[in-house]
Design a binder for this molecule. Sequence first.
Ligand SMILES: Nc1nc2c(ncn2[C@@H]2O[C@H](COP(=O)(O)OP(=O)(O)OP(=O)(O)O)[C@@H](O)[C@H]2O)c(=O)[nH]1
Ligand SMILES: [Mg+2]
Length: 456
Amino acid sequence: MSMIATQQDTIAAIATPLGTGGVGIIRISGSASWKVAQTLIPSAQKLEPGEVKLGWLIDPQDKQAVDQVLILPFKAPHSYTGQDCIEIHCHGGLRLVQTVLQLCLDYGARSAEPGEFSKRAVLNHKMDATQAESVLDLIHAEGEQLIKLAAHNLHHQHWSRRITEAMEHIAEIQAEITASVDFPDEVEEPERTVLLLALDALIKPLENDYEQSDRCRYIRDGFELALVGLPNAGKSSLFNRLLSQDRAIVTDIAGTTRDILREKISIKGIPLILVDTAGIRDTEDIIEKLGVARSQESLQRSTGWIYLVDGTKGLSVEDWEILKPLNPNKGLLIWNKADHEDYLTPEVLKDLPCIPLSCETGEGVSELNNWLEAQITSYLPDTQLSILLSARQMSTLKDVLANLKEAQAVLRDPYLPIDIATVPLTDGLLQIQALLGLDTTETMLDSLFSQFCVGK
Ligand SMILES: Nc1nc2c(ncn2[C@@H]2O[C@H](COP(=O)(O)OP(=O)(O)OP(=O)(O)O)[C@@H](O)[C@H]2O)c(=O)[nH]1
Ligand SMILES: [Mg+2]
């Protein structure tokens, strides 16, 4: 169903997760929201904004009491959506919450679309689209680090302020050029070198934001760690140990794992995605061959890697082949099967940390955990300074930067009239407006807010 643009409707939704909990919250927003609540809660005829009231919710049709509830009234513009709003807090039974919502729908509200509350907040300038995305991050955050960063972004409005300033500066530069072209007699043509410097001053910090955000992307997406090695090295055994469960099949048959297995754990509040892979070797078996290809793919993509060596066999030519092209700064060598009677002394490789370990006894696992923590901490940004952009923001920012550089290229070319630079500048301006949700293009807002849950 497409999102209905009008803000005239009064919308309602369950704002708490579906399921049985202590409290369930139904949120209503729109001009009729107070009336809807007052129809259902007869004792709530006198409501004061911000004042909580306790009352009985009565089904108007059969006059049966449904639940004793708390009512939180908000008056426009002092609410999340910027409209008149009501929150009804009832007891948290799944059926009960749905019954209360249904009554709201029967008596004047319509069902809210996913993200429609936040969309209204943006349309009513309670927040801009980038802040809404921080809300989205908060809702979907899997690790504490992301929660911290999203809340930080939301609280300080760091990024939205920065991009708003950039927009104002671009508009100023553009106005200067346009004025000199439109009124050549009154306004002097601005110095190209001055404009170039002004654009430089805009580009540098934005580029920095882009790079920083690119580096911290794993806070949201997870830090991927691939377990690789020859067949039978013990990758699946280590996978299971780190997960503390028998997730992957372990046998003494070489080539047991044929597909990629992914499981998430959390280290230092950051999601860590462990990837168990098929042992890498030349094989005629079609399924195993596909598995090996996937192992190599996963190795390319992952943020870090652990290479397992069967400590009873030692490093072979095949191991070397796989190890050689890998970036040693992101990896670790595990010399496995330390408990085995045929265990060989680990060979220390230059620049590559090595940990003797046994998946059987757990020896070396705490050293491995230390390495994991250190590895992840080394990526951890300073929350106070960090900006974490969404994929949408990243791609728009990239376009904006390209346009600013295009404008610079025009200004550097003495054969091009100065006002040609306004073309990419205008494009850049429009892109930033879209980023902030200022032009409120419905398509952009719709695609953004459809990722929200109903009730947000
Ligand atoms: N003694 C001993 N045996 C181990 C250890 N780790 C794994 N093994 C054994 O080594 C064999 C292979 O283990 P897996 O975990 O299946 O090895 P893998 O690397 O996943 O193998 P593929 O999936 O075939 O690539 C099994 O028989 C395990 O029980 C260990 O630390 N000590
Ligand atoms: Mg395996």
